[in-house]
Design a protein around this ligand. Structure first.
Ligand SMILES: [Zn+2]
Ligand SMILES: [Zn+2]
Length: 320
């Protein structure tokens, strides 16, 4: 009897070890840049893996996108910042303070976990000072939990920075320009799968190395018409901090991800256009890369299991 029980236990153990993990889910909450365009919020990407919900960058509108997904703000397990540019951060005070409220769509339990480059901890201290009155009033008046409005913040360096519930996050240094150091990209691994986020960067082969054989590579891009670069020094400065479509194509061709996706899309055209010049972006990328490619849109999502499936903002399955 005992032998049988032991054997049954071993079989169960073997099954639980070999059982494939639930697919990871990735949602682009914000694919835009500082431009206040209602159709492209600024940088923010949600990664759901097992019991973990991880947020990479907290750009404008990240709370609104989580609300649309019916994910309580307080359900985010940890937050990761690529660098301290405002288009990656303006949603932070909103997520922090709104997520603290006691309503069902907020209700964060415990401190807000935040990882980012040097300066992240100082920023949380300064934010706490800036919002001292709101914090004092709500603790006194609404009896909110004082612990849940604190930060568990960490200034990180490159390497493994998070390992929880089978989800591992590794920060990789990327090149966003001499004066923005350090600037990070992130690698998220779970159940034998790997996704890579470039963060803001110029052409940097370290991303191709980190994304070698990745299921999903989310890369930034700046698609600026040569004439605009020539005429406008502002755009020249912008391009100098980002990756061109041809350069991104070379990164994709080298990494060979199952799917390459653009997010954080900067564009500049001679004639003003209301939306991303998608055709030009794809054509210029195709000079170097012929594999699966999508131009990211807010609320586009991906399921990463045995295969990588992509869904448009309306939920319709896409064919990259
Ligand atoms: Zn930046
Ligand atoms: Zn940016």
């Amino acid at each position: 009897m005992i032998k049988t029980l032991v054997r049954a236990g071993l079989v169960l153990l073997a099954l639980s070890i070999s059982a494939p993990a639930e697919p990871m889910k990735v949602t682009l909450l914000g694919t835009g840049v500082p431009t206040p365009r209602p159709t492209s919020f600024s940088a923010s990407t949600l990664v759901e893996a097992g019991n973990e919900k991880l947020l990479f960058d907290l750009g404008r509108g990240s709370t609104m996108q989580l609300y649309k997904l019916k994910i309580p703000l307080g359900a985010v397990s940890a937050n990761f910042i690529t660098h301290l540019h405002s288009d990656h951060l303006v949603g932070l005070p909103d997520m922090w303070l709104t997520g603290w409220l006691a309503t069902p769509w907020a209700s964060r339990k415990g401190p807000m976990k935040l990882y980012g480059p040097k300066g992240t901890v100082a920023m949380t201290e300064n934010l706490t000072k800036a919002f001292a009155d709101d914090i004092r009033i709500r603790i006194d008046d609404e009896h909110l939990d004082p612990v849940a409005v604190t930060f568990a913040a960490k200034d990180i360096e490159a390497g493994v920075i998070y390992d929880n519930n089978g989800v591992k996050v590794t920060a990789i240094e990327v090149n966003h320009g001499e004066k923005i150091k350090p600037s990070f990209g992130y690698v998220v691994e779970y159940g034998g799968h790997k996704i890579v986020l470039s963060g803001d960067t110029k052409y940097d082969e370290r991303i191709a190395t980190a994304a070698d054989g990745a299921d999903l590579l989310i890369h930034e891009v700046a698609v600026i018409e040569p004439e605009v670069l020539f005429k406008n020094p502002v755009y020249k400065d912008i391009q100098a901090h980002h990756t061109s479509p041809e350069e991104a194509g070379r990164i994709f061709a080298s990494a060979k991800p199952k799917l390459a996706v653009y997010s954080h899309i900067v564009f500049g055209t001679v004639k003003p256009v209301p939306d991303i010049p998608e055709e030009t972006l794809i054509l210029r990328t195709r000079t170097a890369y012929k594999g699966p490619l999508l131009v990211g849109r807010d609320m586009m999502s991906f399921r990463i299991g045995d295969s990588v499936e992509a869904y448009g903002p309306d939920g319709a399955k896409l064919d990259p």
